[in-house]
Design a binder for this molecule. Structure first.
Ligand code: SF4
Length: 351
């Protein structure tokens, strides 16, 4: 028996459907599978579960999601990060309404036309919901293939995908696509884990390349990511009585469509004089107003590192300022707006 056949047989024998119970497992509803897969793209299953339940409760069908305002969807996504996932889901739900009469398409090829749905998600939806013979290739599967078959191509380089896909096609069980996909994903998540794989009890131990060649911690290979862009964000926590000033991020940039305090981006870490001069002129503020640095933190995003300072200032009624695109909101209404996670941390610490 070839190594590939050996692998498939052992994988399906190893699989225990009851071992890893998650709310999106064994469902056939393509909408729920789609939502779960999008959430799971950057989020671990344990963390994803309450978000998934809440999201499905708020938007139980693709029609309900399409009808919702984008702000509501972003609010439900608050805390999960990578907000483009939520924007794409909302866009694609409307696309389904307009182009597929409200029914999620059933083929891999059509699913790829939805914004935010790539080869992995299309394969997951088409195999789990519709039984189409499409193998999934996610981070878990990359790791398993790399270790078992000794594939050294770096997994974070687009051109490597073909190499992994070729090996995956050799082991894929076309007659039982959903079962195979679920098995290999669970195998990667629970047995061939990233840092401490369970090699002693692993069914692939007798033919695993990485185990035999002491390469477990060297595989899969990754190329060093490019250096992160450094940015300096200075926010103004501007209050007046029980109100505070917020604005929506509209540019094509991180946190698009989320809310924030008025922002000054600088080229380096800045001090009070810079803040005073710039916020005063930007917001037309009275010269007597003081600014206090109340919070500073750093945030590491996929391609950026942010140095964040939050300055506080308080206005009397007569200093009341207007700024195009900004809103004065009551403290008690803040929960209606979706903010990046760093603001939650700030509210928890300061307010
Ligand atoms: S032997 Fe270890 S490294 Fe190889 S597949 Fe099994 S768990 Fe992964």
């Amino acid at each position: 028996m070839s190594k590939s056949n050996h692998f498939s047989k052992k994988l399906l024998n190893w699989y225990d459907p009851k071992a890893r119970s998650l709310p999106w497992k064994f469902i056939k509803d393509p909408y729920k599978i789609w939502v779960s897969e999008i959430i799971l793209q950057q989020t671990r299953a344990e963390q994803a579960t309450p978000f998934y339940r809440n999201f499905i409760q708020l938007f139980p069908t693709v029609g309900a999601l399409a009808k919702a305002e984008l702000d509501q969807v972003l609010k439900a996504w608050e805390g999960l990060g990578y907000y483009s996932r939520a924007r794409n889901l909302h866009h694609a739900a409307n696309y389904v309404q307009n182009n597929f009469a409200g029914k999620i398409p059933s083929t891999y090829k059509e699913l790829l036309t939805l914004k935010g749905v790539g080869p992995y998600t299309a394969a997951a939806i088409s195999s789990f919901a519709f039984g189409e013979a499409q193998p999934v290739l996610d981070g878990n599967v990359f790791r398993v293939l790399s270790r078992v078959f000794g594939i050294e191509a770096p997994i974070n380089v687009g051109s490597s995908r073909k190499i992994f896909q070729k090996q995956l096609n050799k082991i894929f069980d076309k007659k039982r696509p959903a079962l195979f996909n679920q098995s290999i994903m669970d195998f990667g998540a629970t047995c061939c884990k990233p840092s401490e794989p369970s090699c002693p009890s692993c069914p692939m131990a007798d033919f695993c390349f990485a185990l035999k060649n002491k390469q477990i911690h060297q595989l899969p290979k990754k190329l060093k990511p490019p250096k992160k862009k450094i940015r300096y964000f200075n926010f103004l926590f501007l209050t007046s009585g029980k109100k505070l000033l917020i604005e929506q991020r509209t540019e094509k940039d991180i946190w698009q469509n989320l809310y924030q305090f008025p922002l000054l981006e600088s080229k380096e870490l800045v001090h009070e004089d810079f803040i005073k001069d710039n916020f005063r002129s930007n917001l037309n503020l009275n010269k007597s107003i003081n600014f206090d640095l109340v919070y500073s933190t750093t945030r590491i995003l996929t391609h950026q590192k942010l140095y964040v300072q939050i300055w506080a200032a308080n206005l009397r009624k007569k200093d009341f300022t207007e700024k195009e695109g900004a809103l004065w909101v009551n403290n008690s209404d803040l929960h209606k707006f979706a903010f990046p996670k760093l603001f939650d941390l700030f509210f928890n610490d300061i307010c």
